[in-house]
Design a protein around this ligand. Structure first.
Ligand SMILES: C[S@@+](CC[C@H](N)C(=O)[O-])C[C@H]1O[C@@H](n2cnc3c(N)ncnc32)[C@H](O)[C@@H]1O
Length: 272
């Protein structure tokens, strides 16, 4: 497997209810997720349950943060911009572009964007596709500006499902660059096993192990929660707030199960 296939893997574990627009739902239904089939089959029933709930929560949370940001921009008569780093084949850009036709959504990834653009066939002209390695900041900045990004206008940065695959230094450089131009950020990160409730820890370790092994990665970076929020702050985002998986689960489904306990999930969300 190649790392781009992790984008398909995530969507195997995403509730279709995440998407409210016909454009995003139709695109989601038409996606070929078979690139992740071999890896998907390596997880057992309990892991599927946890991953499905967790990733549906992640997508729910990120979508909500972006929608609230764009609604606020509309209220202030500004055309908000959304930069989605490592967007992969995710429908989020299609959802946001369909809901906010006066906003521009930048889908950035090293792979997969040509197919996505081809499938959409100009259905969402306010999505700009930026094929780029996000660790090359100079190139990334140039490519965004070339596609029309205006750093003087309000923007939100989305980094979903990517902090794991960057070295800490690369992550710091990306955050430090964008914090000079925008203050709205939503991202997720993986928790170091020691930080997770002992009753739930092993499942998280096994999930990370399977992904790492299948995608042939040397590392997947996970952090101690306080360290991660401090890191985001050190990179220039003033007030990063971490949201617990239980609270998001309760908001999305009305109950906290299966995220009971002190620190029940190996993934957390952060918003600034
Ligand atoms: C787990 S997927 C996440 C996709 C999507 N953001 C989501 O959460 O559903 C990871 C994505 O990161 C992309 N990626 C990994 N390293 C990258 C890099 N250095 N530059 C750009 N994209 C990268 C992969 O191609 C893949 O699409």
């Amino acid at each position: 497997m190649i790392i781009a296939d992790t984008s398909a893997l995530v969507l195997n574990w995403t509730s279709k209810d995440t998407w409210k627009t016909d454009n995003a739902r139709n695109y989601f239904d038409a996606l070929d997720l078979s690139a992740a089939a071999v890896l998907y089959e390596r997880f057992d029933k309990e892991m599927h349950l946890i991953q499905f709930q967790m990733l549906s929560n992640r997508k729910f949370f990120v979508r909500k943060a972006a929608v609230e940001f764009l609604e606020q921009c509309n209220a202030e008569r500004a055309n908000g911009q959304v930069i989605i780093l490592a967007a992969g084949i995710d429908p989020l850009s299609i959802e946001l572009a369909s809901l906010f036709s006066n906003s521009t959504i930048y889908d950035v990834d090293k792979y997969s964007l040509t197919e996505k653009e081809k499938y959409l066939n100009q259905a969402c002209p306010n999505i700009k596709f930026v094929q780029c390695d996000i660790t090359n900041i100079e190139l990334l900045a140039m490519a965004l500006v070339e596609k029309g990004w205006n750093s003087q206008q309000p923007s939100i940065l989305i980094m979903e499902g990517i902090t794991y695959y960057l070295t800490e230094n690369e992550l710091r450089q990306v955050l430090a660059f964008f914090s000079k131009h925008l203050s709205n950020l939503v991202c997720d990160f993986g928790l170091q096993p020691e930080s997770v409730d002992p009753a739930k820890r092993l499942t998280g370790i096994e999930i990370v192990h399977k992904i790492k092994e299948s995608v042939k990665l040397d590392f997947m970076n996970c952090y101690e929660p306080g360290y991660f929020t401090d890191l985001v702050q050190q990179c220039g985002f003033e007030k990063p707030v971490r949201y617990s998986m239980a609270a998001i689960q309760a908001e999305r489904t009305g109950e906290i199960s299966p995220f009971e306990g002190e620190e029940p999930a190996w993934v957390s969300l952060v918003k600034n």
